[in-house]
Write a protein that binds this ligand. Structure first.
Ligand code: SAM
Length: 343
């Protein structure tokens, strides 16, 4: 028997019929919008690139339309993470139809650790030209898409979670406007914190738009499909929380000159002095808008910010104890303590 015929799916009732039969109405709180059109599921899966013989983790499979497409594309194994246990019947039907190729994990993807999910032999060194034979794919719930990608970017930067296996690529859906922000270039009005965070760690590519009318129920917005390939060398070499904080504050006043937002990195009492000090250590023009600041310039501002935090112990200026801020503090020491505690 050829590999192709082993991987072929046996005849199954359509997802549309199964959703009707099992009376699976969408739950709004879980951002459920089902894709019942097989050709569209196939198109999303094609955007991921070669999946034959690979292990794929799918987030939020719901009734399993995209899962079927992944299996048809020849993935050797599909690992599903789904929160809504109403899909147990449908997904176990798929599991039985493809023995040994589908495993389902029930829970919240936001707290799910993939560091032991894939076979160890799939690990590929980070600086290898080849990517690991793994992929993360999902028609994400809108409500978790942005916090999830930020969390995964951080994991990528620390090479934890799925990225213990190397540069695992992702293909994900977002609200179209969010997807456009992810890939927006410098000078683009859509340029945002998300553009910087995604682009300094990965090469995101906007693949195509899906009309909202392809989903049931129809969401108010269209959907964009983005593929991310983690970079071998991030464009900024400073720790993720520092990049995240500097970027967030600069973009907090998106329509003003960038130094206005950057000033909020510091406590009010010494804000003016320290923001001048910050820019004087770089050749970044403080008067350009946040959307005009390049990733390289954000890197220079991160470097200057760390120097300023070290040289001007902010705690001496304001009588305020800093609160411990998760493991980053213990890992990277007190300078981040001063800075991260002032939001
Ligand atoms: N993949 C299916 C499709 O394309 O038809 C369903 C997509 S629907 C937009 C999002 C799916 O993610 C739902 O099945 C929902 O139950 C699931 N989901 C929502 N929040 C989740 C979370 N925090 N962790 C895991 N799955 C979640």
């Amino acid at each position: 028997m050829s590999v192709k015929s082993v991987l072929r799916l046996p005849p199954l009732p359509s997802i549309r019929d199964l959703v009707k039969l099992y009376r699976l109405t969408a739950i709004k709180q879980l951002s459920q919008n089902f894709l019942l059109d097989e050709r569209m599921s196939d198109k999303i899966v094609r955007a991921a690139g070669k999946l034959e013989g690979r292990c794929v983790c799918e987030v939020g499979p719901g009734p399993g339309g995209i899962t079927r497409s992944i299996l048809r594309k020849g993935a050797s194994k599909v690992l599903l993470i789904e929160r809504d246990s109403r899909f147990k019947g449908l997904l176990s039907m798929l599991q039985n139809a493809c023995p040994g190729r589908v495993d389902t994990y029930w829970g919240d993807v936001l707290s799910f650790n993939m560091s032991k999910l894939f076979p160890e032999e799939a690990t590929t060194p980070w600086d290898d030209d080849r990517l690991p034979p793994l992929h993360i794919l999902g028609n994400l719930p809108f409500s978790v898409a942005t916090p999830l990608i930020i969390r995964w970017l951080r994991d990528m930067s620390e090479r934890t979670n799925a990225w213990t296996y190397g540069r695992v690529p992702l293909t994900l859906t977002f609200q179209k406007e969010v997807a456009e922000r992810i890939v927006a270039n410098v000078m683009d009005t859509q340029r945002s914190r998300l553009s910087i965070m995604c682009q300094y760690l990965t090469e995101p590519e906007y693949k195509f738009t899906i009309s909202g009318s392809a989903f049931v129920p129809k969401p108010d917005v269209d959907v964009g499909v983005v593929r991310f390939i983690p970079r071998k060398v991030p464009l900024i070499s400073y720790p993720f929380p520092v990049v995240e904080k500097v970027t967030r504050q600069i973009f907090s006043k998106k329509r003003k000159m960038s130094y206005k937002g950057a000033a909020t990195l510091f406590p009010k009492v010494i804000r003016n002095k320290l923001v001048r000090e910050l820019y004087s250590r770089t050749d970044v023009n403080p008067e350009i808008r946040p959307t005009q600041v390049t990733i390289e310039e954000i890197g220079l501002l991160c470097k200057a910010y760390l120097e300023v935090c070290e040289e001007y112990p902010v705690r001496d200026y304001v009588n305020r104890a800093y609160e411990a801020e998760d493991q980053w503090e213990t890992k990277y020491g007190s300078i981040y303590g001063y800075s991260l505690s002032f939001r």
